[in-house]
Each structure stands twice: as C-alpha cells, then as structure tokens.
Ligand binder design. Structure first.
Ligand SMILES: NC(=O)c1ccc[n+]([C@@H]2O[C@H](COP(=O)([O-])OP(=O)(O)OC[C@H]3O[C@@H](n4cnc5c(N)ncnc54)[C@H](O)[C@@H]3O)[C@@H](O)[C@H]2O)c1
Length: 347
C-alpha cells in the first residue's frame, strides 16, 4: 500500500512520542526512515521502527538524547552519545563537522556510544547541501567473516561520500560494505522472497538463497571479497577504534534485545572553497558526471547512472506519488501502534 510521506511522518512521530521521545528528536529519527523508504532503501525505512521502539522501551536507546563533547580541537571533536538515538547523535556530529569545516577548511568528528543511525546518505547530504564534501561512516554489529574465515568479525559497515555538483543532484555514493545491507535480507525474509546468490551463506559458510538461513546464524559476504573486507576493517578502525568505543565482536546485534549496543561513527567534512571556487567545483563535478552518463553503453543497456542517481529519481517520484509499505511491514507497524494506543496506518 502507498502512503504520502507526510502521513508516514505523522504516524512514526506519534509512535516515537508515545514511547517518550521528545518531538524534535522524533522528527530527526523519523526523517531518516522516511528518507530511506522514499529512496527505495526499505531496509532502513519504517521497518526499523519496531526494533527502535523495543530498544527505547528497554532503555538501550535513551528516550531523550544526552550528548557530550569529550575532546575538542580546532578541526576535530570526539562526541560521546551516551547511548542516545543514533540519528540524533549523528545529526549533531555532522552539524558540528560542517561548522568546523567552514571555519578550518576540514573537520573530523568522531562519535562513540551511539546507536544505529540509519542511512549514511542522510548525514552526507547535509554537507553537500552546504557546498561541502562529506565522508560518513559507521561501524555495526559483526556479520561478515574475514576472507576464508567462518566466524563473523566485522559489520557491513556503511560508507557514504557526497559531493555537490551542478547536475540535478549531488553525487552520492552510499553503500554497505557487504554485498547488500543486512536489512535487505531482513526485508526479503519479511516479504517471503529468496535472495540472489552471493549475498550470504548459511551458518556453515555454504552459499544460500534463503534469507532465513543467513539470518539464522549465517554470514553476510563482503562486497568485492578481500577488498571489501579490507575496507570494512578500515572503517571499523576509523570508527570504533579511533573513537575509543566498542568494535567488532564487542558489538551485539541490534536484534539481540538483551543488551545495549555502542556504535561509533565518523564524519569528515571538506570545505571546497578552501581549494577552489565552489562554482568551479560544481561545474567540474558535473563534467565528470557527464563523462560517466555519456559513456558508450553495453548492448541492451538504456541508461548509465551516477552513484546516487537511481535513489534520487525514486525519491522524487515517491515524494509526489506516495511511498510503498509492504504488507508485512504494515502489519508489524500496526501491531506496534495498537500496543501503544496510536491510530493505525490506514488509507
Ligand atoms: N546504519 C548501518 O549500520 C548500516 C549498515 C549497512 C548499510 N546501511 C545503509 O544501507 C543502505 C543500502 O546499502 P547498499 O550497499 O545495499 O546499497 P545499494 O547496493 O543499493 O547501492 C550502493 C551504491 O551503489 C549505487 N548504485 C546502485 N546501482 C547502481 C547503478 N546501476 N549505477 C550506478 N550506481 C549504482 C547506489 O546509488 C549507491 O550509492 C545505505 O543507505 C547504507 O548507508 C546502514
């Protein structure tokens, strides 16, 4: 069923507020989920609301954020999220990185003791909108074995890089370092469909197309084999290790509802104007984009896309025509609404 973004936003805000989250923080958490659903990244959309609420109710995610700056130098800061909602902590970290980059040309804000922050794109785009380049990363609970290993040690750590362009939208790479995000496997399971080969293995390390087998003790595989694993390791180092937070096997799954998670992020922002005129950069990045768009195409291929372009297109159309919510997710959301005495999502 399709819903207008504003309808979904009101519903999500009501649920979060009923769970005790202050209005302005509910807005921030909701915004990342609606943006994910609108961009076609349902794995990080409203399907995450029930687990966020459960973690808030258990006190693993603070109802009301408490965020402190533990260390601060000119272009850097270390933030302690004290287990506040990841979206609220990451937004504060990105806002701080943008301000520092404006003053010092480049900034890096490291975050510890946060929670799942949703889609990395959300934060990277905040900087691109201000004519800056952003690199955003986070660690997450282990899902992937080392190359040749049979035990998960690293998360499918998300990495986003956004840069402004004179083209219609910023150029935006936003990816999990697994072949696909775990949420896509959860989404497939909820929808009752199989997954393509190469997304994951069962608990013995054997390839599988059954999403339940991956979720039931199996492994998600890194993108690009050892290179993707290496990138995930460096993201872990730049987040959990550099922030002094938890990393690798110290982090329990978000779906283990018996313990807190301590998640780390890193926001790096570069002020383009310290290198060249922002307008010149916009023109040059748009030229780069045109080289890609106008490249010769393989047989049967109708269009070539820039990183982020497909999601921007989906988002534009869904913001106008409505955002689909699958039956499984709708049922779960309405069960959650009933448990909190909130009006169900309906047409
Ligand atoms: N918070 C977390 O712990 C966490 C963990 C993992 C992933 N995530 C999020 O999950 C989301 C999904 O990640 P994913 O790796 O499954 O995304 P994906 O595989 O759908 O896309 C990855 C990137 O490839 C680009 N792309 C895809 N098809 C393309 C094409 N045909 N031509 C050009 N570019 C193309 C996309 O624009 C995107 O930038 C991301 O938003 C990520 O931030 C979050």
């Amino acid at each position: 069923m399709d819903f207008q973004a504003s309808h979904l936003r009101d519903f999500s805000n009501s649920i979060l507020q009923k769970a005790g989250v202050p209005d302005h923080e509910a807005d921030v958490i909701t915004a990342t989920m609606i943006e994910a659903d609108a961009r076609g990244i349902h794995s990080h959309g409203l399907m995450r609301l029930p687990i966020y609420i459960e973690r808030i109710q258990k006190g693993y995610i603070l109802k009301e954020a408490h965020i402190t700056v533990e260390k601060e130098h000119k272009g850097t800061a270390l933030i302690d999220g004290h287990y506040s909602a990841g979206q609220v902590v990451a937004t504060k970290a990105m806002d701080m990185a943008i301000e520092k980059a404006r003053e010092f040309g480049i900034a890096a804000v490291s975050v510890k003791n946060s929670n799942h922050f949703g889609i990395a794109a959300h934060y990277a785009l905040k900087a691109a909108e201000k004519n800056m380049i952003a690199i955003v990363m986070s660690n997450t609970a282990p899902l992937m074995p080392p190359t040749g290993g049979a035990e998960k040690v690293l998360g499918n750590n998300p990495l986003a890089i956004a840069a402004p362009s004179d083209g219609k939208n910023p150029i935006l790479l936003d990816m999990a370092l697994s072949n696909v995000a775990l949420g896509k496997i959860i989404f497939a399971k909820n929808k009752g469909v199989s997954i393509p080969e190469g997304w994951g293995t069962d608990k013995n390390g054997s390839p599988t197309t059954d999403p339940s087998a991956v979720l039931d003790g199996g492994f998600v595989l890194p993108v690009g084999g050892p290179k993707g694993f290496g990138l995930a390791m460096m993201v872990e180092l730049l987040t959990g290790v550099l922030s002094g937070g938890d990393f690798s096997k110290m982090i329990p799954s978000m779906y283990d509802t018996t313990q807190k998670q301590s998640i780390s992020h890193l926001m790096i922002v570069i002020d383009i104007s310290t290198f060249m005129e922002v307008g010149t950069f916009g023109r040059l990045s748009s030229t780069l984009g045109e080289y890609v768009k106008q490249a010769a195409r393989a047989p049967g291929v109708e269009e070539l896309y820039l990183p982020g372009e497909i999601e921007f297109g989906v988002e534009a159309s869904r913001m106008e025509n409505g955002i689909p919510v699958s039956d499984g997710v709708l049922d779960e959301l309405n069960r959650l609404a009933a448990s909190l005495g909130v009006q169900p999502l309906s047409e």
